[in-house]
Design a protein around this ligand. Structure first.
Ligand code: F0G
Length: 483
């Protein structure tokens, strides 16, 4: 770790501890992943009064016409005036953020919304297949600014895939080191890390164990840390919200619904809205719903059962420590089919509380059954997603049923990762192999595949095949006929 220097008067961007009792500031080119003074999380902060910010959000649209400039092609750097921490010649981009806000009326029907009022933000369309690229482009840019070479993360799979892509697809000498838990990562994601040449360190344990170790290793060896505890990651992830607003013609929706794991995304979304409001670029703020998997429900537990809140930056973190001690004493580990969010110790917990506070947020947990059913409905209703992403749709459905979300509200669910990331869960749900269903899903409390689209086994005979097609195509799909 480099020796921290405090910022100077001329710095337009700097790092600052989020703890109001500390608020220490550090120069933007420091390599620090926690406040060296008090250990709390850091923010990237801007002196907006001295920075050129467009007076209206729709000014960003002009950049579409100059997309041959890689910074205008990127769905992150197109909004660079809203994350102005790097000189443009330092930007590391692989063309991330070409993502889509899509109407999904069949999914809207499933959730119980009026048609047209539910949209899905498809972050799976990023180069590495998940929203992580939004954060990686920003963190790699910072890594380049500080001259880092070795970069590391712990991951449930998508962070590592993104990190591996940014190392292999760019020429700045970055070397990828990733830490994963044993048997805890979906095949699509593991395949990416291996294919892109990352040094892949599999430790006995889960994500929380891997996260603990990678922090120690990064500290000891001076390796640049790419997890979302790195505040520059969150700067990039703010742009998901800018693109959502852009997709809505710069109208603010009523709800943003997002899965919660390490809580980087929800924290970044909150910061995006805090800044947009401060800059007068929006006049109202959407509500935020953060959805935990029931088997990894730290946030939901602490918020709903201990009333943990932001309290102007001084939340009662003793409750979380007691909860973690209890998990340790009982040897309880996070467990969910949504392996991407199988996390019990979310590093951005405090920042997420800030986001919930600013956006009048709510938190819910959804079961693996609810996640898999919602995932099947997302798949049959348009572009697909991985299990963790479907937690957002399952959560929206729950909030709709509770009457918290009204049918006429305008809701955006973030689909964080691509369908092909985790084929194991998908095939187990739709397939006919009961043993496989039990192994992958039954063991996690998923009892039925209510929306399964079963493959139909037919003898290799032309008449049989034609009869089968007639039978099933009359009924619509195999899934409907077989249901
Ligand atoms: N959805 C997907 C597909 C993810 O990969 C993750 C996190 C989340 C949601 C949760 O986002 O952490 O910002 O709350 N994946 C991390 C990883 C932990 O290592 O890939 P969060």
């Amino acid at each position: 770790m480099s020796v921290p220097t405090t910022m100077t008067q001329t710095d337009l961007a700097y790092q600052q501890c989020i703890n109001p009792a500390c608020r220490a500031t550090y120069a933007v080119d420091q390599t620090i992943f926690a406040c060296p003074t008090c250990g709390d999380l850091l923010d990237v902060v801007y002196d907006w009064d001295r920075l050129p910010v467009p007076s209206r959000l729709n000014e960003f649209e002009a950049k579409w016409s100059t997309r041959l400039d890689p910074l205008n092609f990127s769905g992150v750097w197109r909004f660079r005036e809203l994350l102005p921490f790097a000189p443009r010649e330092m930007v590391v981009t692989v063309g991330e953020g070409q993502t889509l806000l899509q109407s999904a009326d069949k999914v809207a029907q499933y959730v119980g919304m009026t048609p047209g009022n539910l949209k899905l933000q498809y972050e799976g369309m990023n180069p590495s297949g998940s929203f992580k690229d939004n954060g990686m482009t920003a963190a790699f840019t910072h890594a380049r600014m500080v001259g880092a070479r070795r970069v590391a993360c712990a991951s449930t799979g998508n962070t590592s895939a993104a990190l591996a892509v940014y190392c292999s697809a760019t020429d700045f000498g970055f070397k990828a080191i990733i830490f994963i838990g044993s048997g805890k990562i979906a095949y699509g994601k593991l395949a990416q890390a291996l294919d892109h040449g990352a040094l892949t360190i599999q430790i006995v344990g889960d994500f929380d164990d891997a996260m603990h170790r990678v922090r120690q290793v990064a500290d000891r060896l001076g390796i640049y840390l790419m997890n979302s505890v790195n505040p520059f990651r969150l700067e990039g992830q703010k742009t998901i919200m800018y693109r959502v607003l852009e997709g809505l013609g710069w109208e603010v929706p009523d709800w943003i619904v997002v899965p919660g794991g390490n809580l980087g995304n929800s924290s970044a979304f909150g910061k995006a809205f805090i800044e947009l409001k401060h800059l007068g670029l929006i006049d109202r703020v959407p509500r935020l719903a953060v959805i935990n998997a029931a088997g990894a429900r730290t946030l939901e537990y602490l918020v709903s059962e201990h009333n943990l809140t932001w309290r102007d930056g001084l939340p009662d973190m003793a409750a979380s420590q007691t909860y973690y001690d209890e998990l340790d004493a009982k040897h309880l580990k996070a467990s969910t089919i949504a392996s991407a969010i199988e996390i019990n110790r979310p590093v951005n917990l405090k920042k997420c509380l800030r986001a919930l506070d600013f956006c009048q947020g709510v938190v819910r947990q959804v079961s693996d059954q609810e996640i898999m059913d919602a995932k099947a409905r997302v798949g049959s209703g348009g572009l697909g997603c991985e299990p963790a992403s479907a937690a957002s749709v399952a959560g929206a459905k729950k909030l709709r049923e509770e009457g918290i979300i009204a049918p006429s509200d305008r809701v955006v669910c973030i689909l964080t990762g691509h369908q092909l990331k985790d084929p194991t869960a998908t095939v187990a749900y739709h397939g006919t192999d009961q043993e496989n269903f039990e192994k992958v899903l039954g063991s996690r409390g998923v009892h039925r595949a209510g929306f399964a689209n079963r493959p139909v086994v037919v003898p290799n005979d032309l008449d049989d095949i034609i009869r089968t097609i007639a039978l099933y195509s009359d009924a619509g799909s195999a899934g409907e006929a077989g249901a």
